[in-house]
Design a protein around this ligand. Structure first.
Ligand code: AHR
Length: 504
């Protein structure tokens, strides 16, 4: 068996665990909203038509913020279509996903759903086909108490209290040629800066996110961030990052190493933001909103929108079925996000329901948890206090996409007052188990209270609606504590959580 060690020490603090790291994303795309969140005929539906079983699962998942309403959808969206009496709401073509948008759910319903699910809504404005005025109108509708045209419209529509939305995304993936109204970095940078300035004139304490480029593989990446932040530095707080990973050509080892790419991506955006900071001699730092990340099999047929004359409502789109290896990668991507908690101040697992999602539903029927649900839910529930960087000594293996990569990755969180320590670790080996020694000499009084491992002899196993009772992850009986630390066996292709508490 291969051996590895990690050393955890209370002195290696990166920064606080941020609840907003555990955000997610709801887009008007496929069956995310309609028959996902919203299904009026469902036995658990509330007066608004929102499924109670899904709300319960969202709470169990531990989601903090939810970004809405897109994604590519937002770049052609007229938010006014989705407010007011339902009978008066227009039906529109959604060009981004070649679908028909009935506008049954809009901003007021979404905010009511968010309150019910206990999540913070995070709103995106359309900077594709629209601009400053429409963004201001939406902000006024949402956040002004009353006594103005748009705020009184909200009150007349049943929302007496303002929605109080703090986080706003200034458009979506504006460098992508697929984006309605996509722009050059200079064009977008100017528009984002002027929109941000105007929104702050209305409400100075907003938290505003400028679009970073739409992925680390984009030809625009890097230069886009430099130019956009050059225009927007003083008026935004965060820059977005988006990344999706998948197994390609059966190359599991490279896929499992995807978090190496996320680490590198984050560090590149931080470096660019800090270069702009240095050039401007600014004190302020720009942080990252990693507001789309996940495993997404983008080349599969179900990722292709309908075409021709077919403009369906809520078609089956991007309904990836996740296996155990996908869940291990999701767990490891969370390790990467936590490790960068000093600069990643928000993140959104894209998406929440049905569309590349941890939660799946049948229209009018059952709902279930995908494999990826579990590492997210456990990390969201148990990561607390401070993030600790851990020193890892692990053998490496060669990967075609990322070169030599350590077999083990890990991060820890620690609550000094309560004495709770949690280690999240993965074994990326496809060949065999790794015997992991966790050096805990800095924590002599802690004992293991829980050791859970997500793995399966068949890493291609996926959950279906029939597997509602399948327990994942399972207790790892190999974890033992001695004076120096913990020894635990990590199966191949696995994600593990070790929880320790003060004895007595
Ligand atoms: O999450 C699916 C899509 O991925 C989003 O609409 C878009 O922003 C990204 O390209």
């Amino acid at each position: 068996m291969q051996l590895a060690s990690v050393t955890v020490d209370p002195a290696f603090v990166v920064g606080p665990v941020r609840r907003r790291t555990f955000g997610s994303f709801v887009e008007h795309l496929g069956r995310c909203v309609y028959t996902g969140l919203h299904d009026p005929g469902h036995p658990t539906a509330d007066a608004d038509g929102f499924r109670g079983d899904v709300v319960d699962m969202v709470r169990e998942l531990g989601v903090s913020t939810v970004r809405y309403p897109g994604g590519n959808f937002v770049s052609g969206y007229r938010w006014e279509d989705g407010v007011g009496p339902r009978v008066d709401r227009p039906v529109r073509l959604d060009l981004a996903w070649h679908s028909t948008e009935p506008n049954t759910v809009g901003v007021d319903e979404f905010v009511r759903w968010a309150r019910k699910a206990g999540v913070e809504p995070m709103m995106a404005v359309n900077l594709g086909t629209r601009g400053i005025q429409e963004a201001l109108d939406l902000l006024e509708y949402c956040n002004v108490r009353g006594g103005t045209a748009w705020s009184d419209r909200r009150r007349a529509n049943g929302a007496e209290q303002p929605h109080g939305i703090r986080m706003w995304c200034l458009g979506n993936e504006m460098d992508g040629p697929w984006q309605l109204g996509h722009k050059t970095a200079h064009e977008y940078g100017r528009l984002a800066a002027e929109t941000a300035r105007a929104m702050r004139q209305l409400q100075p304490d907003l938290e505003l996110v400028a679009c970073g480029s739409s992925g680390p593989g984009m030809p625009t990446f890097g230069e886009w961030e430099r130019i956009v932040l050059g225009e927007t530095y003083d008026v935004v707080d965060l820059v977005s990052a988006h990344a999706y990973y998948c197994e390609e050509d059966g190359d599991l080892a490279s896929f499992l190493a995807s978090p190496v790419d996320m680490d590198h991506f984050i560090e590149s955006v931080v470096a660019t933001a800090d270069a702009v900071r240095a050039a401007r001699k600014a004190d302020k730092r720009i942080h990252l909103s990693f507001d789309e990340w996940n495993v997404w099999y983008v080349k599969r047929a179900e990722s292709r929108p309908p075409s021709g004359d077919d403009w369906p409502v809520a078609p089956v789109l991007l309904e990836d079925r996740y296996n155990v290896a996908d869940a291990v990668v999701v767990g490891n991507l969370l390790i990467s996000l936590l490790r960068h908690t000093d600069r990643v101040h928000a993140a959104s697992l894209a998406q929440l329901v049905n569309v590349i999602a941890p939660i799946m539903t049948e229209p009018g029927g059952r709902s279930w948890r995908q494999t990826t649900f579990h590492p997210f839910a456990l990390t969201a529930r148990h990561a607390a206090g401070e993030v600790l960087r851990v020193a890892i000594d692990a053998p490496a293996h060669d990967t075609a996409r990322f070169g030599p990569v350590p077999l083990v990755d890990a991060v820890a969180t620690y609550e000094p007052d309560a004495g709770g320590l949690v280690l999240f670790a993965v074994n990326r080996s496809t060949a065999g188990p790794v015997g992991l020694t966790v050096d805990l000499r800095g924590f002599p009084a802690l004992r293991v209270v829980e050791a859970l491992t997500l793995s399966n002899p068949d890493h291609t196993w996926s959950a279906t609606a029939d597997d509602a009772k399948t327990v994942l992850p399972r207790r790892n009986p190999s974890a033992t504590r001695d004076a120096d630390g913990v020894r635990v066996e990590l199966p191949p292709v696995s994600w593990t959580m070790l929880r320790l508490e003060r004895s007595g």
